[in-house]
Design a protein around this ligand. Structure first.
Ligand code: ZN
Ligand code: ZN
Length: 101
């Protein structure tokens, strides 16, 4: 079973379930501001998803000063998470607030 590691600011928390990782990133880390449009989002997966769903690669590269390799890496992470995670369940947990956050 793959272990998912939180990479935000060298956090290093590890989770067996990707859903747990996303909840952790959303609930325990400060929110991140999109450098392209200024929207404030949960850091981690949701910030990455916003950046690539709402903005072009060119905008992302310019605003984040990212290399093509970095863009590819983040796109790969996003795809991997979306193949694995039940994002709807994550959102329900975050909005419901009944699970441990
Ligand atoms: Zn973390
Ligand atoms: Zn944005």
């Amino acid at each position: 079973m793959p272990r998912w590691e939180c990479a935000i600011n060298g956090c290093g928390h590890e989770y067996d379930q990707v859903e747990d990782l996303i909840v952790h990133q959303s609930a325990e880390h400060d929110r991140a501001e999109c450098k392209v449009c200024g929207a404030v989002l949960p850091d981690g997966y949701f910030a990455v998803r916003h950046a690539f769903d709402e903005h072009t690669r060119a905008e992302y590269v310019r605003a984040y000063n990212a290399s093509a390799a970095e863009v590819r890496q983040r796109e790969n992470i996003k795809e991997t998470i979306e193949e694995t995670a039940d994002i709807r369940a994550v959102v329900d947990r975050l909005e419901g607030g009944t699970d441990r956050l």
